[in-house]
Design a binder for this molecule. Structure first.
Ligand SMILES: *Cc1c(COP(=O)(O)O)cnc(C)c1O
Length: 347
């Protein structure tokens, strides 16, 4: 890449090893349960998050939707953080397809407060949709890659248990969370019934996510996947890359965190940029250009002309996501480009 790509970690390309494994993957019809590479990926994935069973799905969005469909019945209520991916970025599928009513709980940087969740759960009343599920997002995307600590996960679980709610974790970046917390991913997932995580983000697989949970849960979710048209045939070609992602790419996320840290520290030195370094916990860096009196979209366009691609959080927010294709030199070049654009707006 001749530009510095920080729009998302979904833009990571498959590695040569993934391409080779995809080429030689042993395959079968996975709808018949006969693809050995898919099975291998699913077993490996279940073990990584300490669950009985796992299922390969085409996207994180489908994994989350299947989880909602499996935890809830039509007309049930689900509790979610107000800016979580399931609510904000998944096309309203939770209502349009799963038929559930979202009940939103606001949280600073996306980290739910167990007391706020408890306060949002309503006692049974003939007027109310029955609450069936609590969804947690760790790390939290719109929060800026922020991490929910283990103690909070445990406390959220306790609240859910007190009201008989299932708990789903949108763990698209679960391994980033585990790395930041210094724990095994299964230490996070032991507090939830189901977890979705992405192979296609920092782990660099071309396609796919995992939904994991109990064997009974995955059995029902598998039926729902088929209903949505997500039953795949010789999917081992894709799963082969997922195996490499889980076996070889988890450790490298530390580089993204280190690069995010140095990008954040560098941005904090540039006059006109506002950044809350306490939110730079994993591979996402959010900053604000309002002091320069320039819109985020104008700033991002000018940055792109300098060879640096980011996304905007209008009106003044910018998001940069560190990934395998940005090294420390890329961070230095990105900082120089930001400084150049900033200098045009400072007097
Ligand atoms: C990326 C992401 C997803 C799923 O994304 P897909 O593009 O559908 O794979 C879900 N939740 C979070 C928090 C994400 O960042």
């Amino acid at each position: 890449m001749d530009f510095i790509e920080m729009r998302s970690d979904t833009l990571t390309l498959p590695t040569d090893e993934m391409r080779n494994e995809m080429r030689s993957a042993e395959v079968g019809d996975d709808v018949y349960g006969e693809d050995p590479t898919v099975r291998r990926l699913e077993e490996l994935a279940a073990a990584k998050v300490g669950k009985e069973a796992a299922m390969f799905v085409p996207s994180g969005t489908m994994g989350n939707l299947l989880a909602v469909m499996t935890h809830c019945r039509h007309g049930d209520e689900i509790l979610l953080e107000s800016e979580c991916h399931i609510y904000y970025y998944e096309v309203g599928g939770l209502s349009a397809v799963a038929g559930v009513v979202p009940r939103l709980v606001r949280a600073a940087h996306g980290v739910l407060d167990p007391g706020d969740v408890r306060a949002a759960i309503r006692e049974e009343n003939i007027h109310y949709a029955p609450a069936a599920c609590l969804a947690i997002e760790n790390t939290h995307n719109r929060g800026g890659g922020t991490v929910t600590p283990i103690t909070t996960m445990a406390a959220l679980r306790q609240v859910a248990d007190a009201y008989g709610l299932g708990v789903h974790l949108d763990g698209a970046r679960i391994f980033n969370a585990a790395l930041a917390l210094g724990v095994d991913a299964s230490e996070i997932t032991r507090h939830v019934d189901s977890v979705m995580f992405c192979l296609s983000k920092g782990l660099s697989a071309p396609v796919g996510s995992i939904l994991a949970g109990s064997a009974a849960f995955i059995k029902v979710a598998r039926k729902h996947r088929k209903m949505l048209g997500g039953g795949m045939r010789q999917a081992g070609v894709l799963a082969a890359a997922g195996v490499v992602a889980l076996e070889k790419m988890v450790g490298r996320l530390a580089d993204d965190h280190a690069n995010a840290r140095s990008l954040g520290l560098g941005l904090a030195q540039i006059p006109g940029i506002a950044i809350d370094l306490s939110t730079v916990q994993t591979n996402i860096v959010m900053f604000d250009v309002s002091a320069l009196k320039v819109s985020a979209s104008q700033f991002a366009s000018e940055l792109a002309l300098e060879g640096v691609r980011v996304t905007t959080r209008p009106p003044f927010g910018i998001r940069a996501v560190l990934n395998r294709h940005v090294d420390p030199d890329g961070v230095r070049r990105a900082l120089a480009a930001v400084a150049t654009v900033c200098s045009r707006y400072r007097r």
